[in-house]
Ligand binder design. Structure first.
Ligand code: ATP
Ligand code: MG
Length: 655
């Protein structure tokens, strides 16, 4: 199977095994005051383009568009003829509206006591100075700037400075290696790199600058490297290097933002590379900002005057781009940014931050939620989290048990949980409950947002009936869609638009339940074919996680002489659960009872950790290698490669 054609091996439809009957209605007071009510769905269905025009009117345009959408499949142009400046929309217009003193970011460094409060007026000055600094270095509209920074205020400031002058930023996650950075710098042909001496990670300074130097040894196109002093450790300093404070501090804090075309590029972001060569996803200006701003306001029911919003993602991923930087700032929100890890200096750090800033909206990932479950209920119970009112999840399917735990132990059973499905390519949230409208089902992303047309289809592209499973597709263009893969239109066509002609294929499996609500079932590359049934890893993992002893599970299909593929499960036990002789049998029986005998794992392996990508997603590809006794494939995107040794050690004893 070619890496660019996900799902080729999966046949027909996906089995629909998991039954879930729990429902959580929106709290009445939230529903009554909600930004978006049920009629939005009908309005958008009646006139989708008009709906998106209204969303675009939430922004300040220097010139209005003449054409909402020009669609030459699969190439879209939104708000054609329109002109706007993203940085003006995210910063200046709030200052001009008298909100200069409003806090844009509460920045919380990892070492306790390192914190900064940045108002919109502060942000305006910093962005203007940085824009002037980039201009002094010769950066012009359309040039690419690579940004390799820890989670410090200079990261959003650099992004906004690029947006302001029309330079295209390419943020590379600060945990990536020199070769990953080199590949991304070269692919985008970046002429400037913005980095730092280092950042703080797990209580220690973590150097970044030496990694940049290693990457740049093979990147002659890079002219200058701007270095933020964060840790103060000694770093090598060469001819191309210039300290941020030497360059930026002396600039004027005035800069006139010129409007850019709605379709001018805003940024390139490489997908995390769980599969194949990273793809440079290209996002543009007007449509992107429209959809991130609208979804951030609608999906989290954002009340900019009173909410304190915290998205725990790293800005190096799309979640951080859209929901730490562009969406919240376009809406004039107050956000928290946290530099470090959830267990530094203690396992209650997240909840301490919620308590300290009185966070009202918290957006995090299933991988984090499962970790918190593993650490135990008593940790969040020590903190006052009564300020919270809406919770969000993104990144992987959320197991129903994890959803219910999050609702109960973090949300005090009063906060709606929105499970938001989207990806780097979609730019913004696509499928999700709405907190004031949807009667939510734990584990379901529920419905496409107003203005989004999605469906589940079978192998031949036919819509599956309610109760059926298959491939998720998006049937109409949307404003924040990727415009292409940077420098490779053909790969864009092949990867996303060839599997089902005329439809966008994200590479994910999904099912429609009896009510027509959508459940995302993970990437189709992970689907297992057992005795002629396509079984999703998500459903079996969720069944395992619903056992009281299991904190986290990953399942894969391993070649089997009888069934074609057999299910092999890797499980992490909850803090206080012992392994015991009967455990494997108990878990196999539990899955058979929950999903049916077809889904019963052949083998259960108790492991201390699971292999994860740097964005925290389970890497089943490597577990498949283990289950089939192969040597491991590419492990460079793993967070911690010693995890695989720990897992392999468990193998001989497991049956
Ligand atoms: P790569 O494309 O490089 O392999 P990636 O797909 O993990 O990496 P992202 O764009 O960050 O990179 O993640 C998007 C994917 O994450 C989706 O396609 C889907 O598989 C999964 N995902 C995100 N949110 C959800 C969700 N709420 N429910 C189920 N799956 C989700
Ligand atoms: Mg992907």
């Amino acid at each position: 199977m070619a890496p660019d054609t996900p799902g080729r091996q999966t046949q027909e439809t996906l089995s629909n095994l998991l039954q879930e009957t729990r429902r959580f209605d929106p709290p009445a007071d939230l529903a009554a005051q909600a930004n978006v009510k049920a009629d939005a769905y009908e309005e958008a269905a009646a006139d989708r383009l008009k709906f998106w025009e209204q969303a675009a009117e939430r922004l300040d345009w220097a010139e209005r568009w003449h054409t909402v959408l020009e669609w030459n499949p699969p190439f879209a142009k939104w708000f054609l003829g329109g002109k706007l400046n993203v940085a003006y929309n995210c910063v200046d217009r709030h200052v001009e509206a008298g909100k200069g003193d409003k806090v844009a970011y509460y920045w919380e460094g990892e070492p306790e006591g390192h914190s900064r409060v940045i108002t919109y007026a502060d942000l305006q000055r910093e962005v203007n100075k940085t824009a002037n600094a980039l201009l002094e270095l010769g950066v012009r509209k359309g040039d690419r700037v690579a940004i390799y920074l820890p989670m410090i205020p200079e990261l959003p400031i650099s992004m906004l400075a690029c947006a302001r002058i029309g330079a295209i930023h390419s943020v590379v996650f600060g945990g990536f290696s020199a070769s990953a950075l080199e590949g991304r710098i070269k692919d985008a042909d970046a002429k400037i790199v913005i980095t730092a001496d280092g950042g703080f990670r797990r209580g220690k300074p973590n150097a970044l600058k030496p990694t940049v130097d290693e990457a740049l040894a093979n990147c002659p196109g890079v002219e200058r490297v701007v270095v933020v002093k964060r840790t103060g450790e000694d770093v090598p300093f060469g001819e191309k290097d210039i300290w941020w404070h030497d360059l930026v501090d002396r600039q004027s804090d005035k800069h006139e933002a010129e409007p850019h075309d709605a379709e001018d590029p805003l940024y390139i972001l490489y997908t995390s590379g769980t599969t194949g060569k990273p793809k440079g996803i290209l996002h543009t200006t007007g449509g992107y900002l429209t959809q991130v701003a609208w979804t951030h306001w609608a999906v989290f029911d954002l009340k900019p005057e009173t909410d304190i919003y915290w998205c725990t993602a790293d800005i190096g991923w799309v979640t951080g781009h859209s929901y730490i930087v562009y969406g919240p700032l376009a809406n004039g929100a107050t956000s928290v940014i946290y530099e470090g890890t959830p267990d530094t200096p203690h396992r209650g750090r997240f909840w301490e931050i919620v308590q300290k800033y009185k966070v009202t909206i918290c957006y995090t990932a299933p991988t984090a939620i499962r970790t918190f479950m593993k650490w135990g209920d008593d940790i969040p119970a020590k903190f006052d989290m009564s300020s919270l009112r809406v919770l969000g999840s993104v990144g992987e399917p959320i197991n129903p048990e994890a959803y219910v735990w999050y609702r109960e132990h973090i949300g005090g059973n009063r906060c709606p949980v929105v499970d938001t499905w989207w990806q780097t390519e979609t730019g913004a949230i696509m499928i999700t409950p709405l907190p004031g409208v949807t009667s939510a089902k734990p584990g379901a992303a529920m419905r496409p947002l107003p203005g989004i047309v999605a469906d589940v289809v079978d192998d031949t592209g036919q819509s599956v009936p309610n109760g059926g499973g298959g491939f998720l597709v998006i049937k109409e263009p949307w404003p924040s869609m990727l415009r292409t893969i940077w420098g490779d239109d053909q790969r864009y066509i092949d990867t996303y638009w060839s599997r089902f002609p005329g439809m966008y294929f994200p590479g994910d499996g999904a099912k429609k339940d009896e009510d027509g609500d959508l459940w995302l079932l993970g990437r189709v590359d992970d689907v297992m074919l057992v005795s002629g049934h396509n079984i999703s890893t998500t459903e079996v993992e969720s069944a395992l996680v619903s056992h009281p002893k299991v904190a986290e599970a990953a399942v894969v299909g391993a070649t089997d002489p009888v069934t074609g593929q057999a299910i092999v499960a890797f499980v992490i036990l909850r803090g206080d659960a012992g392994e015991g002789p009967e455990l494997a049998k108990d878990l196999r029986d539990h899955v058979a009872k929950t999903l049916g005998p077809i889904a019963k794992p052949r083998q259960i392996l108790v492991v201390p950790e699971l292999p994860k990508t740097r964005s925290g997603k389970i890497m089943r590809r490597l577990l498949r290698d283990v289950a089939e006794n192969r040597s491991l494939g590419d492990v460079t995107t793993l967070t911690d490669s010693s995890v695989m040794d720990l897992i392999k050690q468990k193998l001989p004893t497991a049956k």
